[in-house]
Design a protein around this ligand. Structure first.
Ligand code: SF4
Length: 259
């Protein structure tokens, strides 16, 4: 059964949410002309946003983090999206020397040896490239949704970081998982093939596994760690997002079965 079969469902107010989302993106594109970027994880939510940007010819650049450890399916999706939309998706990669030094010093699977090493890996493969991705930008767009977790229950449509002077836009904040997949189904939006194989949250290949029905949607991420340690450094207050470099979580079950 595909992710669309599992999750896509028309919900009341869907058309209005799509229209409001488009308005928010169009307003931001005009306000931050030439200085706004979608930082896509290539997850389902981000693919919806990319589709809206392309469909409505919005002046919003698109960029992603290629950590060097992504699944082949994720890399293939980036290429497929570029072909589909005729838009470049700029890849930001870790500094080659730093990545090589880390692997030579600590090993290919060092992230499983300790939380500290895992965080160090995330820092060099995600945090540092993300800081470059955001350089010169006054605004960036993410696919965060309030429904994704308790920690995101208050995600605003827009937030301003006084330290960086940068605005973060979360235009899908009020979308449900059913909305996301209904949009994907309706518009034939390309999505990561791993979603059809019970990978609800897709990060780097060594740090992601499929989950079983009924498991927590984050259970497949850094599964060898205690739940409380599952912070990658992107998921902190401020301008960074956990979802960059890994797809936003989707439940392995339809929403009505997970509540
Ligand atoms: Fe490294 Fe895993 Fe973090 Fe990717 S998710 S940057 S492989 S520790």
């Amino acid at each position: 059964m595909s992710a669309i079969d599992l999750y896509a469902r028309a919900t009341p107010g869907f058309d209005e949410r799509v229209a409001d989302t488009l308005d928010r993106l169009a307003d931001a594109a005009a306000l931050h002309a030439g200085r706004i970027v979608q930082a896509t994880s290539l997850g389902a939510e981000d693919m919806v946003i990319t589709d809206l940007i392309a469909r409505h010819d919005l002046r919003i650049a698109i960029a992603t983090l290629d950590t060097g450890r992504l699944h082949a399916e994720t890399l293939a999706l980036a290429d497929a999206a570029e072909r589909r939309y005729g838009l470049p998706i700029e890849r930001f990669r870790p500094e080659a020397t730093a990545a090589l030094h880390f692997v030579r010093t600590h090993g290919e699977l060092a992230m499983r040896d300790s939380v500290a090493l895992r965080k160090a890996c995330c820092a060099l493969r995600k945090l540092e490239p993300l800081s470059r991705l955001l350089q010169g930008r006054s605004a960036w767009v993410t696919g965060l949704r309030r429904e994704q977790s308790d920690a995101r229950a208050e995600v605003p449509f827009e937030e301003h970081d006084a330290d960086t002077g940068r605005t973060k836009l979360n235009p899908l904040a009020d979308w449900s998982q059913a909305d996301v997949w209904h949009y994907i189904a309706h518009h034939g939006v390309p999505y990561n093939a791993l979603h059809d194989r019970f990978f609800p949250s897709i990060g780097c290949e060594p740090c992601t596994r499929a989950v079983a029905l009924g498991e927590d949607i984050r259970a497949g991420r850094w599964w060898w760690e205690q739940q409380s340690a599952k912070e990658c450094g992107l998921h902190v207050a401020g301008p960074l997002s956990d979802e960059i470099g890994g797809a936003p979580a989707v439940s392995p079950l339809p929403e009505h079965q997970t509540r």
